[in-house]
Design a protein around this ligand. Structure first.
Ligand SMILES: O=C(O)CCC(=O)C(=O)O
Length: 257
């Protein structure tokens, strides 16, 4: 993989200050073409045998509306190697200040015209960790902008003592959204992160972030999400399992998965 050289000391300082860093781009065009080919292969060959809890569609049963996949690293050697590669793990560890333990490699798509907004949320609210030491990497697989739903961060919001209040959202794949989002602070500190294919974002699990809908009639918005927990973080397994079980039962009852 060909990637841009990174000054890790500066990267860590920027991450600690803002709660995220954008590298524009991390990977060159040839590397991105190879990653996109592998993803197309994965979608054609592996997705048909994955459990439905890990494969979300905007319209269930319509292959062209695929919106989210979980655990690509578990199902496929190419994506496991990508998750474990030094280029991404070194960034995760520089941000965490400790060993990064691979958790999940996700696919996030917003299909043209119908891709839903990503509600404002904090990843840590979903993770049930103590301490909340975790980061997510987000790799744009194609150009991302305001039209197709680029990521937005509330800069510095990772420094708050507590999570913001979350409540059930209607968006499949992002079951919880911040209920009091839109304060003056949120507005003043919001930063959009558009970029070309190969743009790589890394964010703290406590930062508030969101993305718009895909309003383009022709362009999708494909991305990969890399989740790492810090070695010191402990999962509250009981709380996590109880929530997951409840959510999956609700989604099946509503015929969303
Ligand atoms: O791709 C998106 O729209 C959202 C991704 C996200 O929220 C995350 O990776 O934490």
């Amino acid at each position: 993989m060909a990637q841009a050289p990174i000054d890790l000391a500066r990267f860590s300082a920027d991450f600690a200050r803002d709660g995220y860093v954008a590298i524009t781009p991390l990977f060159d065009a040839d590397t991105m073409a190879a990653i996109n080919r592998e993803l197309d292969r994965f979608i054609a060959e592996v997705v048909p045998s994955m459990p439905r809890e890990e494969v979300y569609y905007e319209a269930r049963g319509e292959a062209g509306t695929l919106k989210q996949l979980q655990k690509l690293n578990v199902y496929d050697d190419y994506f496991r190697a990508m998750c474990e590669s030094d280029v991404i793990c070194d960034l995760a560890e520089a941000a965490l200040g400790e060993e990064a333990v691979v958790q999940n490699l996700q696919y996030f798509n917003k299909p043209a015209g119908i891709g839903q907004p990503t509600p404002p949320h904090q990843d840590g609210y979903y993770f049930h960790l103590s301490p909340c030491k975790a980061v997510t990497g987000w790799l744009a697989l194609e150009p991302v902008d305001h039209e197709n739903g680029c990521i937005h961060y509330v800069r510095g919001s990772h420094k708050a003592d507590d999570f913001r209040p979350h409540g059930r959202s209607d968006v499949l794949g992002f079951s919880q959204g911040i209920t009091d989002f839109g304060t003056d602070d949120d507005k003043a500190n919001t930063v959009a992160c558009p970029g070309d294919a190969g743009t790589f974002l890394l964010h703290d699990a406590r930062i508030v972030h969101w993305a718009g809908a895909n309003t383009s009639p022709t362009r999708s918005r494909r991305a990969l999400g890399f989740v790492y927990f810090g070695r010191s973080a402990r999962v509250d397994e009981a709380a996590k399992t109880a929530y997951k079980t409840r959510l999956e039962a609700d989604l099946k009852a509503a015929e969303k998965i």
